[in-house]
Design a binder for this molecule. Structure first.
Ligand code: NI
Length: 397
């Protein structure tokens, strides 16, 4: 049994953390524009006496806390994201967004607060032998803030033997920790196909090369990649999210060009490669078969978020000790969403876990205009981060 739990200590300043979270919620900022937020984070860390480094990955902040001893030479990184989304808030909380068109619809206000709560506890106790590196990253929502911090020398300047991050999860009951010792989130790729045919009169299609018919054939052919080319035990998604051709005001005009835009989600480099290469072959050859041409632009965005088994099992063990096995899901089904902590996990062993917060049944879903982070679970998240530090680098052996 774990000899000490940080939870009771952190609950003593729960209300202070709630006030902080609600203030962050009222003042959302987009990726790489988190000037107010990063200022509050840096100020809070400095007030605690934490060594603070700013401007890593533009608006990123790093706090360094040394334990009562640090002769173990060990260090553990903890990451929280800080950015908001361009969504107009529809909730009616007193601390609703004060910025038109922006809101914390993914709970990063909660993640930032959770890590500041861990910082306060760790500074009060320093009950570990090593160094805790607190990573407050910008721009998780599509702009790759984690990659920006890595490229800015994050792990060279602040070595980490292992790294951890959490994300709130409305589909899990409040206070439940969910994890999987492997894939957690998918790689997210964006693709675009421009089909060039020959336009003409809708009454004389024999004189044209109809790019809409070619687009329809390509869309159908793409469905065979997951069913016929990807191993049945592996996972992949290919979705067309946008089609554009012709004009609704010109029903008798066959356009010269059609555009398809979509996404691909995969959990492994090998499957990602199979999907991309099959898309290239099918799109080019289907277009050619109809006398058209088609060009595929394929853009790889965030890689898959894959936990290291050792660190993932460690998270599950720590959570079990802190909260009991009934509050831990060890084999959580991965999400086909994506997450840029993956860039950090490609550099260091670590794990990304879910902090259950409930609310999915009431429609409080991530990226929804009615979303709001559940303040009740702040101490649970902070205690997890703190315990991961204390147990990775124990003071007494
Ligand atoms: Ni998020």
């Amino acid at each position: 049994m774990y000899p000490r739990s940080p939870l009771a200590s952190i609950q003593k300043f729960h209300q202070e953390l709630v006030a902080l979270r609600q203030d962050l919620h009222a003042h959302p900022e987009l990726g790489f524009q988190e000037l107010r937020t990063s200022g509050i984070v840096a100020g809070a860390l400095e007030a605690l006496g934490v060594e603070v480094h700013r401007g890593i990955g533009k608006t990123g902040v790093v706090g360094v806390i040394r334990g009562q001893r640090h002769d173990s030479g060990l260090s553990v990184g903890l990451r929280a994201d800080m950015d908001a989304l361009p969504i107009k808030e529809e909730g009616n909380a007193a601390y609703c967004s004060t910025v038109p068109g922006l809101m914390h619809a993914c709970g990063h206000d909660g993640h930032t607060t959770v890590l500041l709560g861990a910082a306060k506890y760790l500074m009060q106790h320093r009950h570990f032998n090593g160094t805790a590196v607190l990573i407050f990253q910008p721009a998780e929502e599509g702009l790759g803030g984690a990659q920006a911090m890595v490229e800015d020398g994050l792990f060279e300047r602040f070595p980490c033997d292992s790294i951890y991050a959490l994300h709130n999860w409305p589909a899990l009951p409040a206070g439940t920790i969910g994890i999987n010792p492997g894939p957690m989130m998918a790689a997210s790729d964006r693709w675009e196909v421009t089909i060039e045919g020959r336009g003409g009169h809708g009454a004389h299609p024999y004189q044209t090369i109809d790019p809409i018919v070619v687009a329809a054939q390509i869309i159908t052919a793409l469905q065979t990649i997951v069913s016929r080319n990807v191993h049945p035990v592996e996972s992949a998604v290919i979705s067309v999210g946008h089609i554009q051709a012709g004009s609704a005001k010109a029903p008798s005009v066959i356009p010269g060009r059609a555009l398809l835009v979509g996404t691909v989600r995969t959990f492994s480099d090998e499957v990602q490669q199979v999907v991309e290469s099959r898309m290239r072959a099918l799109i080019a050859s289907v277009a050619q078969a109809f006398g058209a041409t088609a060009e595929l632009k394929y853009h790889r965005s965030y890689p898959a978020t894959i936990n290291s088994a050792k660190q993932a099992n460690f998270v599950a063990d720590v959570a079990t000790d802190l909260f009991g096995a009934e509050h831990v899901v060890r084999d959580l089904i991965p999400s086909m969403g994506s997450e840029d902590f993956s860039y950090m996990l490609r550099k260091r062993p670590g794990a990304y876990f879910r902090l259950g917060q409930g609310g999915a049944e009431q429609g409080r879903l991530l990226h929804n205009a009615n979303f709001d982070f559940n303040d009740a679970v702040i101490p649970v998240g902070s205690a997890m981060f703190a315990a991961l530090v204390e147990r990775s680098m124990p003071l007494e052996k």
